[in-house]
Design a protein around this ligand. Structure first.
Ligand code: FAD
Length: 437
């Protein structure tokens, strides 16, 4: 068969098998991504059900004092922390679903409870909750012939297991639950307390202490700021500088990467040393899908989830999608367009062969390499998220995310520390305005 024949076959397959019928879709997780999957899947006329292992919608936005394991013996999912200045790291204007705005308020930077209330309001407004089964833990997903799926579900209240068959699966389990711990010389001999940001909850335990925070991503920045309110001293070890943190508090000192730990201190690559009491590892999270059987053909290689078409579709089993994998993005707008892309893909658009998908992925990874990005940055988008979301829309001929989202995202990040003191408003003409709080 020549390439064009394969394209025609693929198109015919999609039209005859999936494009024309209502599908039974299993959605794993009822966090913000799972709710977007449910909303758009139902709007498209599919028979959708979301399985959620906890008793609530909103996933990571459900703050809990608990760390370790939950009442069913499963690892606590949420990494949400609480602090003196618990705020979102994006303005609410960038944290909303399509056509579903937050209640009018002067503030753009919200408390965690406000985001959770918004997510609940989305679920209630569109009657999504009646399509969610709670306390259901998905323990295994495996492919069946004809691109179908078998999903094993454990009822956490009764321990009863059942298996169900679906035409498509959307994996919406979040990316911030399994801590990534770096290998640093001497970390094992350090005698102080070492925690990962996954179990950081409040700054109180760091009162009057000398604390080292490792990592300058959103968690590293937030936690350094919160701990600096109560600690004697906060060292923040970064790969590259972030002077906005030092400007935030004179108790904060930015340090380069770590050379080695000693029993009660740390040496940095610039030759400087510091005595410290505690370490908070803000070193990120691992993508993890323990419920996918090896037959799903998904591997996580150095935090690159492969092989996915446009970071969404399982290239080897194309009725499986992953929603929410890219990071340093505006998650809420991205969930919507990723889901709409996949639903259109199920209907047969775009027409693209497996080889083309793999080639596109190869080119994408080559470009990352040329830009000097390591493999574990495979899903990093940052300011390229606008390009990514437009590409999804244009490839599948679906509505774009309004350009003002990307515009405000870029502007917000250019504001440094000031960004938390501003409020924003999206205007009808596709622009935004800002004002001091
Ligand atoms: P989650 O919210 O993690 O939801 C996944 C759901 O899947 C959970 O409910 C979980 O119980 C369920 N689940 C997992 N495995 C299974 C299984 N096997 N069976 C059944 N159910 C399962 N984003 C912003 O836009 N702005 C912010 O300010 C912001 N701040 C953040 C601060 C912190 C500390 C963290 C950790 C994240 C922050 N985020 C922020 C990103 C946040 O993760 C996204 O906004 C969004 O909530 C992710 O939604 P999700 O549905 O992909 O994942």
């Amino acid at each position: 068969l020549v390439f064009s024949d394969l394209m025609v076959l693929h198109f015919l397959y999609l039209i005859t098998n999936v494009g024309s019928c209502k599908m039974r879709i299993a959605i794993i997780g009822a966090g913000a991504a799972g709710l977007a999957a449910l909303k758009h899947g139902l709007d498209d006329g599919h028979d959708c059900i979301a399985y959620e292992k906890s008793g609530k919608v909103g996933g990571t936005w459900n703050y809990s004092d608990n760390v370790g394991r939950d009442e069913f013996g499963l690892p606590i999912h949420s990494s949400m922390y609480q602090g003196l200045r618990q705020v979102t790291n994006l303005p609410k204007e960038l944290m909303q679903y399509e056509n579903f705005a937050y209640k009018e308020s002067k503030r753009s930077i919200l408390f965690q409870e406000e985001v959770l209330a918004y997510i609940n309001s989305y679920a209630n407004t569109f009657n999504l909750t009646s399509h969610i089964t709670f306390f259901k833990h998905i323990t295994e997903v495996s492919p069946l012939p004809e691109n179908k799926w078998t999903v094993k579900i454990k009822d956490l209240k009764t321990n009863v297991m059942e298996s169900k068959e679906y035409d498509a699966v959307m994996v919406c389990v979040g990316n911030y639950s399994v801590p990534k711990t770096p290998k640093i010389q001497g970390l094992e001999i350090f005698k102080g307390k070492i925690i990962h940001s996954h179990i950081y909850r409040k700054p109180d335990p760091f009162r009057n202490r000398k604390t080292l925070v490792i990592g300058g991503g959103p968690s590293g920045v937030d936690i350094s700021r919160m701990v600096a309110e109560v600690a004697d001293k906060v060292y923040v070890s970064l790969r590259s500088g972030n002077d906005s943190l030092e400007k935030f508090s004179e108790k904060v000192t930015i340090k380069p990467e770590i050379l080695r730990f000693t029993e009660n201190g740390v040496g940095f690559k610039d030759g400087s040393e510091a005595t410290i009491d505690d370490v908070i590892l803000c070193t990120g999270y691992l993508y993890s899908y323990p419920f996918l059987s090896p037959k799903c053909d998904i591997q996580v290689d150095n935090n690159w989830v492969k092989y996915l078409y446009k970071q969404i579709v399982n290239i080897n089993h194309q009725t499986m999608a992953f929603i929410g994998i890219p990071f340093r993005v505006t998650p809420f707008p991205m969930f919507g367009i990723q889901v709409r892309f996949f639903l259109k893909f199920l209907k047969g658009q775009p027409v693209v062969s497996k080889d083309q998908m793999l080639e596109e992925l190869t080119q994408y990874m080559l470009k990352k390499k040329e830009e000097g990005q390591p493999i574990h940055y495979a899903h990093f988008l940052g300011l390229k998220q606008g390009w990514y979301m437009d590409d999804l829309a244009d490839t599948a001929c679906i509505k774009r995310v309004p350009p003002v989202i990307q515009k405000l995202y870029a502007h917000f990040h250019s504001l440094g520390n000031k960004k938390f003191k501003m409020s924003f408003r999206l205007l009808n003409d596709g622009e935004f305005e800002e004002s001091d709080l």
